[in-house]
Write a protein that binds this ligand. Structure first.
Ligand SMILES: [Zn+2]
Length: 135
């Protein structure tokens, strides 16, 4: 198992991003931080909407920020996704589908809720996925 301490900085940044969450409906705040191979950070927090389906998750906001700044999957070192919930905030189904296309299969996905921490990757989170290779 990879040493999670090497990701401590992005875990801490993701917890800071968590404070920016706009979550008046669920009261469930999530933060994320993408680390690029050239040491840039792109943060995201969940942003909800009264029309619930328009809510966007923290990890999608963070990865979209990275892509919007010109970064692509090969440039991404890791992503941290954190919450203060009672369980780890693993990506929802929609986010897994986005991450399988926008991350390398083995890019570390670092999860933390302060009590528990885990390093996983999208191949583990979304096996037998539908991707551009199927088209
Ligand atoms: Zn999601």
């Amino acid at each position: 198992m990879e040493n999670i301490e090497k990701y401590r900085a992005i875990i801490d940044i993701a917890f800071k991003a968590c404070e920016n969450a706009y979550a008046p409906y669920s009261n469930y705040q999530v933060g994320a931080c993408v680390l690029t191979k050239d040491s840039k950070h792109f943060i995201g927090a969940n942003v909800e909407n009264a029309s619930y389906g328009l809510t966007n998750c923290a990890e999608r906001n963070a990865i979209f920020q990275a892509y919007s700044n010109g970064y692509r999957k090969g440039d991404i070192e890791a992503i941290a996704i954190v919450s203060k919930g009672k369980t780890l905030a693993t990506p929802c189904g929609a986010c897994r589908q986005v991450l399988v296309e926008l991350l390398e299969k083995n890019t570390p996905i670092v999860l933390s809720n302060h009590k528990e921490e885990k390093i996983t990757n999208i191949e583990e989170l979304l096996p037998m996925s539908f991707t551009e290779a199927d088209l």
